[in-house]
Ligand binder design. Structure first.
Ligand code: SF4
Length: 64
């Protein structure tokens, strides 16, 4: 499983990093949200799906 963020529509609210700091980190230099894993570890997949559901503007996509 992978996660993808559409940075064209991400509003940089930071909710994803606040709730899931093990998956996301604000990248202040490039003004984007970094996903900490290319391939989401099995034990974090449930959180990754939840993170996608919790995104304020639904720009986090789960790729199976
Ligand atoms: S929760 Fe969604 S909109 Fe907010 S910073 Fe994360 S990816 Fe962007």
């Amino acid at each position: 499983m992978k996660l993808q963020i559409n940075n064209n529509y991400c509003i940089r609210c930071g909710i994803c990093e606040d709730l899931y700091p093990d998956l996301f980190k604000r990248n202040y230099k490039e003004h984007v949200i970094d996903i900490l894993y290319d391939e989401i570890p099995k034990d974090k997949e449930e959180r990754a799906v939840q993170a996608a559901a919790d995104c304020a503007v639904a720009v986090i996509k789960v790729i199976q």
